[in-house]
Design a protein around this ligand. Structure first.
Ligand SMILES: [Zn+2]
Ligand SMILES: [Zn+2]
Length: 401
C-alpha cells in the first residue's frame, strides 16, 4: 500500500474529486447535500460503546440527572463528529477546486486536520478522549512505520516493550503516590487520608491487606470482563435479530480473558507488593509505589497490546510534565509559554489529520479502530476512495511507478 504514495500523482493525473471521491454524484454540491442527508446515523453508531460502557462500569449513582447528562453528552459528541465528517469530506472537493488537481496531502491529511479545527467546541473531557485516542493511534503507526533501530526492537520484542511499560508504570504510580498530579490511570495507590485519620499501620489502606488485594483483583477482573462483553455485544448486536444462534456463538468467542487477566494481575500485584514492602520495612514509604509500579508493570506480558503500551507512554509523558510543573521551584519562561499553548487542541488536530492520511496511504499500519471510526462516519466513502486508488494503481504497470 505504501506504493500508493510513490505513484499517487501518476495514477491521479487528469482525474477529478468526482472521479475519486464521489462518482455517484455529478457535482460537488450534490455530494455535499447527499452526505449531509446520510451520515448522521453512522456517528451515533460509532459512539454506542461510549453510551453503553461507562454506566456499566460506574457501579452506582444512577440518578435521573446522571442519565440525562450522559445521554446528552452522547448525542452531542455524535452530532459534532457528524459535522466534522461532513466538513472533512467537503474539504476534499474544495481543496481539489483550489489546486485544480488531487494532492497527496490534501486528500485526507489536510481535510482531517482542518475539519478537527472546525468542529464545534468539544467539552474538555471529549476533546481529551478524542485527542488522546488519536494521539495513541498515531504513536502506534509511527512505531510500526519507524526505521529507527530502537523502535524496531520495541516492535519485535515483547520483553523490551514490557520493560518500557514497567518504567512508565513506575513513574506514574510514583507521582500519583506523591499526589503532585491528578489524572486518570488504570489504578491508584493508597494515600494517607487528608483528614489525618489514623490508618492501620504499616499500610495506608483501610481494611486488612488480604481484603485490600482481593478486592482489587475481583473488581478489576470484573471491569475487564464488562468492557470485553460490552465491546463484543456492540460489535455483534446486528446479528441478534437475523441469526441469534450465531450471535451467541460469536459473542462467546469475542470475549477474551486477556484484558480481565491483565487488569487483575496489574492491580493485584501492585497491591500485594506495596503491602509486602510496607510490612517488611515497618511502614509505607514514598519509594514503595515506584518499586511496586515497576514490578507490577510486568503484567503487560499478559496483554501486550499497542493500545495499552501507547496509553502508558502518553500518561507517562503527561504526568511527568504535570509533576514537573507542580514541583519546579521557578518555572522558566519556555515552560510558561508552552503551558499557554492549546496543546491538547493542537494534538487533537494533528493526530486526526495524520490518522486520516495513514488510513488511505499506510492502511496496513493503521489500527482497525481508525478505519472503523472513519468508515462509520463517512458511510464507507473513504474505504471506496482507497479501493479506487488501489485499482487505478493496478491499472498502471508497477514498473512505471
Ligand atoms: Zn467534488
Ligand atoms: Zn496492606
Amino acid at each position: 500500500m505504501s506504493e500508493l504514495s510513490k505513484c499517487f500523482y501518476r495514477v491521479t493525473a487528469g482525474r477529478s474529486c468526482r472521479d475519486l471521491c464521489h462518482p455517484e454524484y455529478a457535482t460537488c454540491w450534490q455530494s455535499f447535500v447527499g452526505i449531509t442527508k446520510t451520515l448522521l446515523p453512522g456517528s451515533y453508531k460509532l459512539y454506542l460503546t461510549l453510551l453503553v460502557i461507562p454506566p456499566l462500569v460506574k457501579g452506582g449513582g444512577y440518578t435521573a440527572e446522571y442519565w440525562f447528562n450522559h445521554i446528552l453528552a452522547y448525542a452531542s459528541i455524535s452530532f459534532k463528529t457528524y459535522i466534522q465528517a461532513i466538513s472533512g469530506l467537503t474539504l476534499q472537493c474544495l481543496l481539489y477546486k483550489l489546486f485544480g488537481r488531487l494532492h497527496y496531502y490534501c486528500l485526507m491529511g489536510v481535510p482531517g486536520l482542518v475539519s478537527a479545527a472546525l468542529v464545534p467546541k468539544l467539552p474538555h473531557v471529549h476533546l481529551r478522549l478524542q485527542g488522546i485516542t488519536y494521539f495513541n493511534m498515531m504513536l502506534e503507526v509511527m512505531i510500526k512505520k519507524s526505521k529507527l533501530r530502537c523502535l524496531q526492537l520495541l516492535r519485535q520484542s515483547k520483553l523490551w516493550a514490557t520493560v518500557c511499560f514497567m518504567l512508565f508504570s513506575a513513574k506514574i504510580m510514583d507521582v500519583l503516590r506523591a499526589k503532585t498530579v491528578n489524572q486518570f490511570w488504570i489504578m491508584y495507590p493508597a494515600t494517607a487520608p487528608e483528614d489525618g485519620k489514623p490508618t492501620p499501620a504499616p499500610c495506608l489502606h483501610e481494611a486488612s491487606c488480604q481484603a485490600y488485594v482481593l478486592d482489587g483483583v475481583w473488581k478489576y477482573a470484573l471491569v475487564g470482563f464488562t468492557i470485553e462483553a460490552a465491546r463484543a455485544f456492540v460489535s455483534k448486536a446486528s446479528l441478534i435479530y437475523g441469526e441469534p444462534a450465531r450471535f451467541a456463538r460469536e459473542l462467546r468467542q469475542a470475549i477474551g480473558p486477556a484484558l480481565p487477566l491483565f487488569l487483575a494481575a496489574y492491580v493485584g500485584s501492585f497491591r500485594s507488593i506495596s503491602c509486602w514492602l510496607a510490612h517488611s520495612t515497618g511502614r509505607e514509604r514514598p519509594g514503595h509505589a515506584w518499586l511496586a509500579g515497576l514490578l507490577s508493570g510486568a503484567a503487560y506480558l499478559l496483554y501486550p497490546k499497542y493500545q495499552i503500551f501507547t496509553l502508558g507512554f502518553t500518561k507517562f509523558l503527561e504526568m511527568s510534565w504535570e509533576h514537573h510543573l507542580n514541583t519546579v521551584a521557578v518555572r522558566p519562561r519556555w515552560m510558561e509559554l508552552l503551558q499557554r499553548l492549546p496543546v491538547l487542541r493542537l494534538v487533537h488536530m494533528c493526530s486526526i489529520g495524520y490518522m486520516y492520511h495513514a488510513l488511505v496511504f499506510h492502511s496496513h499500519l493503521s489500527p482497525p479502530f481508525n478505519s472503523k471510526c472513519v468508515n462509520y462516519c463517512s458511510d464507507f466513502r473513504v474505504e471506496r476512495i482507497k479501493r479506487r486508488l488501489v485499482s487505478w494503481m493496478l491499472e498502471h504497470s508497477w514498473s512505471a511507478c
